[in-house]
Every structure is written in C-alpha cells, then in structure tokens.
Design a protein around this ligand. Structure first.
Ligand code: ZN
Length: 435
C-alpha cells in the first residue's frame, strides 16, 4: 500500500450523498448571489427565462447559460464582481495575450478557500510539513506562484518563492537549502535538470528532491517518466485556471490515475466544444466549471477550452470520493489543423518521448506549400548523432507519428542544445501559415 496523506478528511472522504448535498446547497446560494448582485448574470438568466428558484437539483445546472472567456474580457476590469470593491483583497490578471487581460478578483474569503484547496492538493501528493518546496512559478500578476505559496503556508511546508528564470541560482538553492519538492511548468523540471548537470550536479544523486507538482501546461505520460527518472522523484499533475482562483482545482493523488476535482468548491461538467451539449461520463470534451465558493467573482458554467473527460469511478484507492478527471489532453486553443485533421501537441510529445534517443526538446513548425499544410517536427537527440543515424531516427519517428496523429509530418533530428529553452510555458508550435 502506498502512503496516503489527507489534509481534510471530513470533506475529502465524504460519501457521495453528503457531498452532493453540500454541492446543491452551495449551487443554490451562488445562483442567488450572482442573480441579485451582478447585472451580467441577471441579464443572461432573464434572457433564458430563469429565476434562481428554478435551480432545484444538481441536474438543473444544465439550464444555466455558459460563461465564456470573451465575456469575462468584456467585463474587464470589475464587471464580474458581486461584492463591494472595497472588500477586494487582491486582483490578478491573466498572463499577457493580445488585448485586455482577464482579471481575477479575491476577497480574504477567496484567499482562505484557495489556500484550503491548495493545502489539500499538496498533501494529496505527500508534500507535508517538513518538506521544503521550491516554487518556480511566476509571482508577477499570475496565479501560479501565490497559489502554491498560500497552500504551503497553510500546510506548514517551507516555501521558497523562487519565481522563474535564473536557473543556475535555482539549482544552487535546491542543493544548498535541501529542497525536497519542486513545482513549475513541466518542461522547466527538465530544464532545471539540464542546467544541474552542466553545473556538475546530478539531480537524482546530489539533491533531496523526491516530489514534484507540475501544471499550467498539458504534458504527456512520457514527459512524466522522463522527469521522474532524471530527478528520481514522484511527479504529479495539477489542474487549475487563473479564472478559478488559479492552481488547486484538481490534483492527482499518489495513485496517479486521474485528478480529483475538489467538488465542494467546483462543479465540473464536460461538453462538446462545438455544440455545447453535455457528453457522457468517460467521453472527451471541454471542461466546464461552476464555482461554488468563489466570493468576489463566482463563475457559472465557465467554458475552459481545456479538453479532458470525467472518469467513471465512485471511490479512488486513496479513499477520496471527489470525482476524477483525466489529465488535460490540450486546450482547444492549442489544437492545430493540418489539412483538415486535428492535431494536439501533447499527442506529438507522447510519441517523440517514447523514443529513448530523443531529448525532451522539440518544436512543431507549420507552413503552407502549394496550398497544402506542411508540418515539420524538429527534435533534439540526447547525444550528438551521425548524419545516417539522424535520418534513420527521423524516418522512424515520422512513421510512428503518422500512426498516432494521422498526418505525415517531416521530422528533423537536430543536435543537443539546438532548440530554444523556455523558463515558462514553451513555445511548442510555430504556425507560419497566418504570416
Ligand atoms: Zn485518489
């Protein structure tokens, strides 16, 4: 049996009936709150002929209108608030894309609840009091750094607010401070290890890091295997979204068989991204969340654009009853279309990293030649290969990729250290078609 730590057994191990009771009561409350305190939600419900009293069962959630990211942007800066502005404790904004950011608003109650779900999430991955956690997430406006920070403080884990970049310094801190756990975007764990080796530090042998929590970007099982091996650690997947406080919405437990969604705080649904129709359990689609306890800025049926599925399981081996979702396959935004076929970068990664000769650095370049889309995958080999070996490896990868993604890419194997390194989310896809 694996060691299972639980932060809040009175909630995490509740029976399905008790959990559903809490969910329904909170759902009714939040619908009343948004209807009575926010013009945007009231208007949308009225357009559907809905009153808060019409929500009588958990199933009734399907009557409610969706909320989209575009709508949130239009509500910038304070339009999504349901509380007086002087009760806001913090304001964060989404990382810089084009146009106005989406903001997330927090009261002290939000900070407390966010800390609670983060505490549960850390403990679910066996990061407990006595651990020293290096938080290599951005602390600047973004939600990642602070989410882990608050959770760590609540649990009694020692937090090191490292932020992103200055990788050599981070390796030094990991070694000298006796760091036992790290959290970052997944590719950064690989980058940290690479720099560690350059500094003569073997992450598995010369550091105490044995646990890691990674999220904020989809990553494959193969990437997990690579990270676990190079660090000799257990690596866990976390899901969150800045609009839903940040990290801490769902977490893998030690059994690594799906991510528990903290259902007393969030209701999860999966819908067809094109039609918006709910899909069956186990079926893939877009994740939709309704927040039950968000205070300043509740979200009703928020379309995340993240693709996953709800797993059909009543109770996990860890004892938790909270529903599990599969690991995120990708964002609808990340998916690209090659000559009419949908391709996910994470599917490409899974194939590439199965090949032991390949290093976890790759880039997908898409362009158009004679009206046809062309996909080229640049991937680094682990060690420098001769020309013939490069070609043989490329041919093999081309064949394996075609089997999985159903389009034939061109693969080019490049020398170690050739492709760009990123401290944050990597730029995996370069689409030149629009240029
Ligand atoms: Zn579990």
């Amino acid at each position: 049996m694996m060691k299972v730590n639980v932060w809040n057994p009175s909630v995490e191990l509740l029976s399905r009936d008790e959990l559903d009771k809490i969910k329904l009561q909170r759902l009714k409350e939040v619908i009343h709150r948004v209807y009575n305190n926010n013009q945007f939600y009231r208007k949308k419900m009225k357009e559907k002929g809905l009153k808060p009293e019409d929500i009588k069962t958990l199933e009734d959630i399907k009557k409610l209108p969706y909320t989209t990211k575009e709508e949130l942007r239009e509500l910038y800066p304070y339009g999504a608030s349901v509380v007086p502005l002087d009760s806001l404790a913090e304001v964060r904004a989404s990382s810089g894309t084009t146009g106005k950011p989406t903001v997330t608003l927090y009261t002290m109650k939000d900070i407390e609840n966010w800390s609670e779900v983060m505490a549960r999430s850390l403990v679910a991955t066996n990061i407990v009091k006595g651990d020293i956690l290096l938080i290599a997430y951005n602390y600047h406006m973004f939600t990642g750094g602070f989410g882990f920070h608050y959770g760590a403080l609540k649990v009694g884990v020692t937090a090191i607010p490292a932020g992103v970049g200055f990788t050599q310094r981070q390796v030094m801190l990991i070694k000298d401070l006796g760091v036992t756990a790290i959290t970052s975007v997944p590719n950064y764990a690989i980058r940290l290890a690479e720099v560690a080796f350059e500094m003569g530090v073997d992450p598995a042998r010369d550091t105490r890091v044995r646990k890691g929590v990674f999220g904020a970007a989809p990553w494959s099982e193969e990437m997990r295997r690579r990270i676990e091996k190079i660090w000799d650690m257990q690596a866990y997947d976390m899901y969150g979204l800045s609009e839903l406080w940040g990290p801490g919405v769902a977490i893998e437990c030690v059994y690594k068989s799906g991510l528990h969604v903290w259902e007393d705080h969030f209701i999860v649904e999966v819908v067809d991204p094109k039609t918006g129709e709910p899909v069956d359990v186990e079926e893939k689609g877009e994740l939709v969340f309704t927040t039950l306890t968000k205070d300043a800025m509740p979200l009703i049926r928020y379309r995340t654009r993240d693709i996953s599925r709800i797993l059909d399981e009543n109770k996990c081996q860890c004892g938790r009853t909270h529903t599990k979702i599969d690991r995120i396959q990708g964002r609808t935004d990340d998916m690209f279309i090659i000559n009419g076929v949908n391709v996910w970068p994470s599917a490409v990664e899974e194939v590439l990293l199965k090949e032991p000769l390949v290093a976890p650095y790759y880039q997908i370049v898409i362009d158009r030649v004679d009206a046809l889309d062309r996909m080229t995958v640049f991937v680094e080999s682990r060690t420098k290969l001769g020309e013939n070996d490069k070609i043989a490896l490329a041919k093999k990868l081309e064949y394996e990729l075609k089997e999985v993604i159903l389009v034939t890419p061109r693969v080019e194997v490049v020398d170690p250290g050739t492709l760009p390194r990123f401290d944050g989310k990597p730029r995996v896809v370069v689409d030149k078609r629009a240029l």
